[in-house]
Design a protein around this ligand. Structure first.
Ligand code: GDP
Length: 460
């Protein structure tokens, strides 16, 4: 049940703009009463919880603001664990706003961004990592990152962390007991051993979580993809093909695309953040060299390289340099312009790119594009992203806390091996336990909470 007795808040919960329905939501002890004063057709105090009612919202002067459906949700089985009213308005943006104003006039306070979810957290409905997952869900851009958020929302990260903390707590309890009954000689040694063993196990689990998280990161922000190739191989054409944009910026004069273009697209549900390497377009060799330097930096930061060649032309020194530049990266190699006569020594190319398979493409006929998508899918999807294990999307806050926990656990492991007194080791151990607790919000400061929830959109 509600621990926090709060006032009643109201907000428009649907996106602002023209939509068929707009929803005004109120949450708090007076929500039903305020709605009841605006609604005439029924006494909302008397209706059952989780029911929906047809009627109208009236102005002070008895004129009608809008025809509505009102949902009455009584505490505690609600999102915020408080009484909630949802007014489904039909009259477009103006009506939605006027209904909100009517609620405020009755005494509700305009909710701050994320305040509904904050109440859900404060009242124990969600833990912190679930609340954050909800935020990701609202912002999820692709199907796969959405299902990972869903999974976190259902508590997979929390239950994992809780499990680890529980294990640590048991060890701490065991150590306390041994210290309280020091009739055995080897108390110190036993306690040291127990702390060290648990620290090793927990550290291992956290390492796994962090590994999975790097996949989560890809889902959340997109696989940073850079299309690399010497001038005129078809980079802009590919970019346009993938983003479905106009062919306007493509010409057959090398060096036409200069601005860096970044675009988020989705291939088979995998988000790719496409970054165009402007600057390696010019024909002049010295300028090309600058281009290579510039793309070196982009290549370093990329998760995926699409390396393109023009199969109608002989390999150039720049081609070879780019092959070398990308040799340690996940890369896909396209042999473009298959519709033109061959002018390239394929064996030489194969020798240069050992191990990476070639995809023959033509952006004129669309040849090979399907195959390229298959390869992207198998690189990121089959390999890691779609694996059942990606249940966690860790944000920077989670990652930092996990890393801090690992540092404390490392200190535990090191100290116990050096035979440091148990009570000192315990301090680091407890510190790690606290860090983990901050992830689920079991040990968290108010200031942090305010900051987190303010990132939500209004009405959530
Ligand atoms: P970039 O300099 O690597 O970005 O290359 P662009 O995308 O600007 O392409 C250079 C020229 O090659 C343009 O005239 C494109 O229309 C043309 N082009 C791109 N791909 C193909 C292809 O597969 N076949 C043929 N015949 N021309 C292509």
């Amino acid at each position: 049940m509600s621990v926090y007795q709060l006032d009643t808040i109201a907000a428009i919960s649907t996106a602002l703009g023209e939509g068929a329905i707009g929803i005004v939501r109120m949450s708090g002890p007076e929500a039903i009463e305020y709605a009841n004063r605006l609604f005439r057709e029924k006494d909302l105090n008397q209706v059952a919880s989780h029911t929906i009612h047809y009627g109208h919202i009236y102005r002070e002067d008895q004129s009608i603001i809008d025809e509505v459906m009102i949902t009455v949700l009584k505490a505690p089985k609600t999102y915020t664990r408080e009484d909630i009213i949802e007014i489904n308005c039909h009259g477009g943006l103006v009506a939605v706003q006027e209904v909100l104003e009517a609620c405020l006039y009755q005494g509700a306070r305009l909710a701050q961004p994320g305040e509904f979810t904050k109440r859900a957290f404060l009242n124990g409905r969600l833990d912190l990592s679930q609340a954050e997952a909800l935020m990701d869900l609202i912002q999820a851009k692709t199907a796969k990152s959405m299902s990972a958020s869903m999974s976190q929302l259902s508590g997979s990260l929390s239950s994992k962390i809780k499990h680890l903390r529980n294990e640590m707590l048991q060890t701490l309890a065991q150590v306390e007991v041994t210290i309280d009954y020091p009739e055995y000689d080897d108390v110190e040694e036993l306690s040291n051993k127990a702390l060290c063993q648990t620290a090793l196990v927990v550290k291992d689990e956290i390492d796994k979580l962090l590994n999975e998280a790097s996949n989560g990161q890809l889902l959340r922000e997109g696989v940073k993809t850079v299309i690399v190739g010497r001038p005129n191989v078809g980079k802009s054409s590919l970019l346009n093909r993938l983003t479905g944009r106009e062919k306007a910026i493509v010409t057959n004069i090398a060096g036409t695309t200069r601005d860096t273009i970044e675009e988020l697209i989705s291939i088979r549900g995998i988000p790719l953040l496409l970054i165009d390497t402007a600057g390696i377009r010019d024909t002049n060799e010295i300028v090309e060299q600058i281009g290579v330097n510039k793309s070196r930096q982009m290549v370093n930061e990329a998760d995926l390289i699409i390396l393109m060649f023009d199969q109608s032309q002989a390999l150039s020194s720049m081609d070879l340099e780019l092959i070398d530049l990308t040799k340690d990266k996940k890369r896909i190699v396209l042999l473009n312009k298959q519709d033109l006569k061959s002018g390239l020594d394929i064996d030489k190319l194969k020798e240069a790119i050992v191990g990476t398979s070639l995809i023959e493409t033509s952006l004129m006929t669309d040849e090979g594009i399907y195959e390229m998508e298959n390869q992207i899918e198998s690189l990121f999807n089959k390999g890691a992203i779609e694996s059942q294990d990606v249940n966690y999307l860790l944000n920077t806050r989670h990652t930092n806390l996990l890393k801090q926990a690992i540092r404390s656990l490392d200190a535990v492991i090191e100290a116990s091996q050096m035979g440091v007194p148990v009570d000192l080791i315990q301090i680091d151990f407890t510190q790690a336990w606290d860090y983990l607790g901050e992830i689920t919000g079991e040990s968290v400061q108010d200031e942090l909470l305010d900051k987190l929830f303010s990132q939500f959109c209004l009405g959530k």
